[in-house]
Design a binder for this molecule. Structure first.
Ligand SMILES: *Cc1c(COP(=O)(O)O)cnc(C)c1O
Length: 419
């Protein structure tokens, strides 16, 4: 540090007594914070993949994954990220020329549709923009206009991590039932599983895809496709399914290697076991309630910060209706380029990393620097969220970004409120 830098900072905006050491905090919407018990469970030599502990450990994951998803039916595990699970779900249910309907509330729904399209599946997107939930009247109208049932599946993203919209999956099912439409209901719960309430069987979901690096708190690399008997019947009718993506041997293995179509993702399985134990110990209802409470604290702070004379100059939640907001991720606007400035300042000065904006503006446009996201999924608690919010408050002050007062008190009040 040279002698001319002031105590409050230098030209790059970096504090001279820089408090960014200590444990870093990655507050992006996936991968999420990995709990110490998960890290410790993975820190071991390679186990035998032909006999012994790994085999029984893997068997033990299946009922726990199904319980978390709220299904009594099947789960197939893949060594892939969420994109692999997207592809697996499509490969096992549809063939080129089939048609799917995709109600979209953000970039991830569009991404799943693009993947279907690349597989030769005809995709029809009902695009509701980046700040609105599914318009189910429009979905109903579209299904009613399909008397010959050309639409074979409806693909819906439960929580779209780009917009932080949380869609009503049970209501989508009700619309499909009212239309007496036989299409499969397939949902992406990659961001929501283990964060936002989800009940696969009770909500009438036929196929659900998820991955391990968000609510399941495990390093990226393992994904899941849950499916019921109706989806299994669709699979049985296909003339062929790629051997690797075929979910049948994975969900009903006769031999251990069939779980994974080859070598097991050994260390991920240990990590996942530890993560599921954490969820089980807390109780899934309590996990959902914790996410709801922490999300409400985040929103309270953001609303207070945004409460200024000219709201266009300040912070704004992407989703205005709280009932449509995810409990796992929050997308925010701040006039460009201040969102990027804030992210950079927090990383350089406080050891705190926020998520980039996704899908709310083209990534090569100046407007892209007007969005960011907070991940509050998985292994997070009240003191971490207060640290996250306190850090942002420091950044708003340091960068002279206009903001309303009382944000941290508003968040603390949410955490202090009796049930
Ligand atoms: C993270 C995410 C994905 C993509 O998962 P990858 O593991 O990055 O392939 C898809 N959909 C949603 C809703 C997500 O949050």
């Amino acid at each position: 540090m040279n002698a001319t830098s002031t105590p409050s900072g230098n030209q790059a905006g970096t504090l001279s007594a820089n408090p960014s050491g200590g444990r870093p905090y990655l507050a992006i919407p996936g991968p999420s914070v990995i709990p110490d018990p998960v890290l410790q469970a993975m820190h071991r030599p390679s186990p035998n993949i032909y006999a012994g502990e790994l085999l029984s450990l893997t068997d033990s994951l299946i009922p726990d994954l199904k319980a978390l998803a709220g299904t009594q039916h099947f789960v197939a595990i893949y060594i892939s990220n969420g994109h692999g699970a997207w592809e697996a779900a499509l490969m096992n249910t549809l063939q080129p020329g089939d048609k799917v309907l995709v109600p979209a509330s953000g970039r991830f729904a569009i991404g799943w549709a693009e993947m279907a399209n690349a597989l030769g599946i005809e995709t029809e997107i009902l695009d509701f923009g980046t700040a609105a939930a599914w318009d189910l009247d429009k979905v109903a109208t579209r299904l009613a206009a399909d008397p010959s049932h050309e639409i074979k599946a409806v693909l819906g993203v439960h929580v779209d991590t780009s917009s932080s919209i949380r869609n009503d999956v049970a209501a989508l099912r009700a619309v499909m039932d009212t239309a007496q439409h036989p299409a499969l209901l397939m949902t992406d719960c990659i961001a929501s599983l283990g964060c936002d309430r989800f009940e696969m069987d009770a909500w009438g979901v036929d196929v659900m895809v998820s991955a391990c690096q968000k609510g399941l708190m495990t390093p990226a690399g393992v994904s899941f496709v849950f499916f019921n008997d109706k989806a299994a019947a669709a699979r049985a009718k296909l003339p062929r399914v790629s051997r690797y993506w075929d979910w049948t041997p994975r969900a009903t293995p006769q031999e251990f290697y069939q779980y994974f179509g080859g070598t097991a993702p050994t260390h991920h399985l240990y990590g996942l076991r530890a993560a599921l134990d954490l969820i089980h110990r807390e109780g899934v209802e309590a996990v959902w309630a914790r996410h709801a409470r922490l999300a409400a604290a985040v929103w309270a702070a953001c609303e207070a910060w945004g409460n200024i004379a000219d709201p266009a100059q300040g912070l704004r939640l992407n989703v205005s209706d709280p009932s449509l907001r995810s409990h796992a991720v929050t997308a925010l606007h701040l006039p460009a380029p201040r969102a990027s400035d804030l992210r950079h300042w927090l990383e350089q000065n406080l050891g705190l990393t926020l998520g980039i904006g996704l899908g709310l503006a083209p990534s090569d446009s100046p407007a892209w620097h007007g969005h960011f996201r907070l991940g509050h999924m998985g292994h997070v608690n009240g003191h971490m969220i207060m640290g996250l919010l306190g850090g942002i408050n420091a950044g708003l002050l340091a960068l002279d970004i206009p903001h309303g007062a009382g944000a941290l008190t508003a968040a603390a009040s949410v955490l202090a409120k009796p049930d």
